[in-house]
Design a binder for this molecule. Structure first.
Ligand SMILES: NC(=O)c1ccc[n+]([C@@H]2O[C@H](COP(=O)([O-])OP(=O)(O)OC[C@H]3O[C@@H](n4cnc5c(N)ncnc54)[C@H](OP(=O)(O)O)[C@@H]3O)[C@@H](O)[C@H]2O)c1
Length: 248
């Protein structure tokens, strides 16, 4: 992940470049124009080769391991090696080249039983599938992230749309939000707003510029509706309650 301007905050929604192939550069440009300020790139050669990502950039905002290694010992070794690139590193030739460390496709036992606490590894991001079929919206891992007060861990969700099509297409609270906002929202954009409301940093994989723009504007449009109309505030509260009942 690398942002063009600043590393101050992790944006609540990031643009994901996976599988975009030769469209990647143009779509990233469009995403930045649409308001995205965080880009999730990937280097999983089986699917995509983005090996030159970050060339010319002095540091990465975050480096996320795609998954734990076969043994906890190997995972820990990888994290400790990557930790030497964090700003806190004692190695001046590396310190600050990476600002945050993350781990993806990780289960709760792998986090809790196999690794020391985040403060010891420098881990501050978990990136997982956010979908019904995956441990009921990954609720245990999300709860673990939220509980890390001493050394905060952000939760980034992918597959939020592709893994939940039957849900966001049909759920009453998505429809109520999408139809209630003045001017209307697509159900996909309304779902993203609800996902964000639960503290999940959304990885957005659209290849459609109109979707980028709608998704970027949706949070503020909902917020304005909530703030400006009693009906908006009421519908929002009901929709969030329905959503949280589903996802935890
Ligand atoms: N760590 C990992 O193992 C891992 C694995 C998979 C993905 N990821 C990350 O997650 C990113 C997102 O991928 P994803 O599969 O999770 O994507 P997603 O956001 O769940 O789904 C994107 C799909 O939904 C469609 N869509 C329909 N309406 C949309 C709207 N309003 N906004 C956005 N998309 C809409 C898109 O089609 P259109 O193009 O027509 O909009 C696209 O086919 C990837 O690029 C990657 O960065 C990480």
């Amino acid at each position: 992940m690398a942002t063009p301007e600043t590393t101050a905050e992790m944006p609540p929604m990031m643009y994901g470049t996976a599988w975009k192939k030769e469209r990647t550069a143009d779509l990233v440009y469009e995403a930045i124009k649409a308001g995205f300020r965080g880009i999730d790139t990937a280097a999983m050669k089986r699917h995509y080769d983005e090996a030159l990502t970050g060339e010319g950039i002095p540091y990465l905002d975050a480096l996320v391991l795609h998954s734990p290694y076969p043994t906890p010992h190997e995972t820990l070794l990888a994290l400790h090696t990557l930790q030497s690139y964090l700003p806190s590193s004692a190695d001046p030739s590396r310190a600050g080249q990476v600002r945050r460390l993350g781990l993806s496709n990780v289960t709760l036992p792998a986090l809790v039983e196999a690794l020391p606490p985040p403060a010891a590894t420098g881990l501050s991001i978990v990136q997982n599938r956010f979908c019904a079929a995956e441990h009921a919206f990954d609720r245990a891992v999300r709860a673990w992230c939220a509980a890390q007060q001493q050394s905060p861990v952000a939760y980034q969700g992918f597959w939020t749309l592709t893994g939940n099509r039957g849900v966001w297409d049909a759920a009453w609270f998505v429809r109520a939000l999408a139809d209630g906002v003045p001017g209307g929202l697509s159900r996909a954009a309304a779902w993203y707003v609800l996902v964000r409301s639960a503290g999940v940093v959304v990885l957005n994989g659209t290849g459609d510029v109109a979707h980028m723009r709608e998704d970027q504007g949706a949070w503020e449009r909902v917020a304005a509706w909530r703030a400006g109309e009693e009906e908006g505030a009421r519908v929002w509260e009901r929709c969030v309650a329905g959503f949280r009942e589903l996802v935890g």
